[in-house]
Design a protein around this ligand. Sequence first.
Ligand SMILES: NC(=O)C1=CN([C@@H]2O[C@H](COP(=O)(O)OP(=O)(O)OC[C@H]3O[C@@H](n4cnc5c(N)ncnc54)[C@H](OP(=O)(O)O)[C@@H]3O)[C@@H](O)[C@H]2O)C=CC1
Ligand SMILES: O=C1O[C@H](COP(=O)(O)O)[C@@H](O)[C@H](O)[C@H]1O
Length: 455
Amino acid sequence: MQTTFVVLGGTGDLTGRLLLPGLAELFTADARARDGDVALLAVSQQDWSDEEYRDWARARLAEHAGHVAEDVRDALVGRLAHQQGDVTAATDLRKALDRAAGRPVVYLALPNTVFLGTLQALTEVDLPEGTTIGVEKPFGRDQADARELNAVLHRLVPEERVFRTDHFLAMQTVLNLLGLRFANRLFEPVWNAGHIERVEIVFDETLGLEGRAGYYDTAGALRDMLQNHLLQQLALIAMEPPQAIDGASLSARKADVLRAVRSPADMARDTVRGRYTAGTVDGRALPDYTSEEGVDPARETETYAEYTVTIDNWRWSGVPFRLRTGKALGTDRQEIAIWFKPVPHLAFGSRGQAEPDVLRMRFDPDHISLEINLNGADDPFELERRSLDIDLPPTPLSAYGLLLAEMLGGERTLSISDVEAEESWRIVEPILAAWSAGEVPLLDYPAGSAGPAAG
Ligand SMILES: NC(=O)C1=CN([C@@H]2O[C@H](COP(=O)(O)OP(=O)(O)OC[C@H]3O[C@@H](n4cnc5c(N)ncnc54)[C@H](OP(=O)(O)O)[C@@H]3O)[C@@H](O)[C@H]2O)C=CC1
Ligand SMILES: O=C1O[C@H](COP(=O)(O)O)[C@@H](O)[C@H](O)[C@H]1O
């Protein structure tokens, strides 16, 4: 059956850098998609003809999908079209949908501030039977906004036809949490407070603002990354074993964890917020965040967010989960690190100091390592630190390629549910309030440094 991705925001950075390359990968993997089953109609306010849009898309694909064969990229370009319009106006949306052949997947690749107006406008349009609606992250600006978005979505299509995107769920390292935990006897028996000391979920970026002030300066690190990508990883790490790897089971188990997350008891102790000042990252000079074009310093937007989470349930009682993310940091440390407790009795006495076992799941390149203590090579009774390492092989589909494939197939394994989206806001809302009330200082850190020191 023919499907048209109606991409609202089809001229944006996300579309050019990630969605179009993902679709090109899908065209490589799925001959039916390439040979006519799938098309894309981009909607934006630009006064562009189809041909002008194709030129733009061809250049984006050359830049970001060089790994896809040129004839496949050309086949995709031939399936693209552009419709000018304001996505918050029902008449414009109707015109766009009239041009969409077959079943539409309406994808909101828009700033989160436009989501509600767009969905409200869609209620005035007769959506064809079988329409799917995809929504980018962050899902709204706060819990009330997320509730309202969910209410309007449910008036438009059933929850099974809503796809709330979090592209981290489709990343190989994150997906491997499922394989590692639930397809091996080894880990699950020790995956609890009895054996795990602490967990870190870290996504440090060397990238700065990269011209995204229009969106980022009203979002900040907490809304941009922690509220969604980091809490989703936490939910997968901490959830109970699902009955099956499908949308319903995963969402239910993740929602249980999110409900058990306690809001910070002491904001100044449990959270850190920071903002980068001028500095050098990888030899590249970055200006002070407040001097970046489009930034309003009065907003006091954070570019670094940290939150040590407590989970109030039997499995995780007393285990801190430290979530940390920031821009313009010195290194791209991007990993999940699980620190195990020491052995109850170390028989080696003074002949070796056992460090805790650490399981690390790293991003880009995707890699899993298990750091353990073994007998030494020189002295067999002396302990030595070794690491079991696995490089995860490259996958044919990037995260966005996989998400598009899910939407095409009507699957929801990697979608976030309505409940999860609202619970995630319930968790971060008290932090947003405390930060904007000045209860936690906004710490400076030079670009290229290790981040702000907790006060
Ligand atoms: N960029 C990224 O790396 C990532 C982005 N995301 C998410 O994707 C979404 C889009 O981000 P991004 O692409 O970076 O943003 P951009 O600002 O680059 O693009 C926004 C797009 O929305 C369109 N748009 C905005 N308002 C309207 C309107 N009223 N009517 C019609 N079109 C409109 C713009 O078109 P026009 O200019 O013509 O108004 C443009 O095509 C956000 O929710 C973001 O959080 C998620 C993961 C990564
Ligand atoms: O959603 C986002 O994710 C990116 C990090 O993900 P990556 O796939 O680009 O590594 C982050 O830079 C961006 O600020 C955020 O909006």
